[in-house]
Design a protein around this ligand. Structure first.
Ligand code: BES
Ligand code: MN
Ligand code: ZN
Length: 488
């Protein structure tokens, strides 16, 4: 665990480890004899180097973090990555106490406060670990990282740290939920986790149980969950940040707590990764928490349809026709294309709750991973200006998203000869036809869909993620609401 504090400059001597953020300017002022000037490699962006040096007869530790990319400024995302690398390096070297002069961060990026915030986000996210199920070898190390700043920057930097802390708490919660094994996070348990987390705050949390779903005729969710002995549910959250307007943003997240594929069973290899098929739902929960804690001036309703997709004697079948909440009939081609069925009902219900704009986020298609790799999320929308706002928020947050085209022809691919729609459009353009399927349910209101398949889990450590759930999307949703503050 890392505890970050901000102080005005003080004596470097007091710390076990001195962290130096290396821009060219700092290399001169630090005067660590013999080390910095001779080794150009040490300046490089994103590299961390650990070494001992002697000062006043004592051996001291130091950590160098390269912040120089040769370009004029580092982007916020690059600063976030450097922060993450610093956190990893401190942990690897088992440093209990470090001091880090932060002035460099403010000199290499134009938007000062955002630069500091990004750097802190990186440090705090880089500190994440999922060891809930380890009975031994839990990491007990507590690292105190004192960041020093000019007195004139103190309050600005503290604000940046507070904001980063709120956002990171939410991303970590989203990661924890997606990392939780399927046997410990059944649909109702996900619901309970939400009720518990929001019980004392300004966010109103409600759980629609299976009877409620039946009453509302949510045939999509019910079909997906009917093969499991664990009942489905829908989490509803309400946050009124701007009672003066009737604008309501709906955030919808796919909450499939385990996706076996159902009767269209997935191959066994890597099926375990499908415990993360509720990552979209987790991201929405996390985002809403941060939106409320940051007191953003926007009305938001969150909907997370939760179900477990299992094969059994009660399971829905290929060939079945199910009727969604809005009356649309859907021919089931493949029970593994379940996410869009749940989301269809959530999108209908969001409109019933008064939503004027919708964003949905889901681990929806393997086809999206084929198209964009584990690099960028796929975006499909029904209104260019609204999709554009989302893409801009993604850009600010450093989470990569790429919009797919939405031509008429894709719509033809999901028409059924015997029902209104079919639940897959075949292999080609699978990420787009899935999006176009959802578009049908958004009717006239601005809606945009984010397919995060492949981004919700990382198979290796990166700058500010470890192997496992990433919480990808949380920061973009928070940013989107922040950008919208005045208009909703
Ligand atoms: N949850 C999966 C998509 C997925 C794949 C998420 C890999 C994360 C990593 C989704 O429910 C699914 O199974 N989609 C099918 C749709 C197909 C049957 C049309 C797919 O992508 O294969
Ligand atoms: Mn599936
Ligand atoms: Zn799925």
């Amino acid at each position: 665990m890392i505890i970050v504090t901000i102080e005005v400059e003080r004596q470097v001597k007091e710390a076990e480890c001195l962290v130096a953020l290396l821009t060219k300017k700092l290399t001169v002022t630090l005067e660590l004899p013999g080390v910095l000037k001779e080794d150009e490699r040490l300046y490089k962006y994103g590299e961390t180097t650990f070494f001992y040096y002697e000062s006043e007869g004592q051996m001291r530790k130091s950590m160098l973090v390269g912040l120089d990319k040769g370009t004029a400024a580092l982007s916020n995302e690059e600063l976030r990555c450097c922060g993450g690398k610093l956190a990893h390096a401190l942990k690897t070297q088992q440093v209990a106490q470090a001091i880090c002069p932060l002035q460099a961060v403010g000199t290499i990026n134009e938007g000062k406060e955002n630069a500091f915030q990004s750097f802190f986000e990186g440090v705090l996210l880089g500190d994440y670990e999922y060891d809930r199920y380890k009975t031994k070898q839990k990491s007990l190390l507590v690292t105190t990282l004192v960041m020093t700043v000019f007195p004139s920057d103190l309050s600005m930097v503290k604000t940046a740290l507070d904001r980063a802390g709120v956002i990171v708490d939410s991303v970590k919660w989203a990661r924890d939920l997606a990392n939780a094994p399927g046997n410990d996070l059944l649909p109702l348990q996900m619901g309970k986790a939400a009720l518990e987390r929001f019980k004392n705050g300004v966010v109103e949390a409600e759980l629609l149980k299976e009877d409620d779903l039946k009453r509302e005729k949510m045939g999509g969710i019910l079909a997906v969950g009917q093969g499991s002995k664990n009942p489905s549910c829908m989490i509803i959250l309400r946050y009124q940040g701007n009672p003066a307007t009737s604008e309501v943003l709906a955030l919808i997240g796919k909450g499939v707590t385990f996706d076996s594929g159902g009767l269209s069973l997935k191959p066994g290899e890597n099926m375990g990764a499908m415990k993360g098929d509720m990552a979209g739902g987790a991201v929405v929960l996390g985002a809403l928490e941060a939106i409320a804690r940051l007191e953003l001036k926007c009305n938001v309703v969150a909907l997370i349809p939760c179900a477990e997709n299992m094969p059994s004697g009660n399971a829905f079948r290929p060939g079945d026709i199910v009727t969604a909440m809005d009356g649309t009939t859907i021919e089931i081609i493949n029970t593994d294309a379940e996410g869009r069925l749940l989301l269809a009902d959530a999108i209908s219900y969001a409109q019933r709750l008064g939503a004027t704009k919708i964003v949905d986020i889901a681990t929806l298609t393997g086809a999206c991973m084929v198209a964009l790799g584990k690099v960028a999320a796929g975006v499909v929308g029904n209104e260019p200006a609204w999709a554009e706002r989302l893409l801009r928020a993604a850009e600010t947050s450093g989470e990569k998203m790429w919009q797919f085209p939405c031509y008429e022809e894709y719509g033809e691919m999901i028409k059924s000869p015997i029902a209104d729609l079919k639940n897959t459009g075949g292999r080609w353009g699978g990420a787009i036809t899935a999006g176009v399927f959802l578009k049908h349910f958004a009717k006239e209101i601005p809606w945009v869909h984010i397919d995060i398949a492949g981004l919700e889990m990382s198979d290796k450590q990166s700058a500010y993620c470890v192997k496992g759930a990433t919480g990808f999307g949380t920061r973009t949703l928070i940013q989107l609401v922040k950008d919208m503050e005045c208009s909703c």
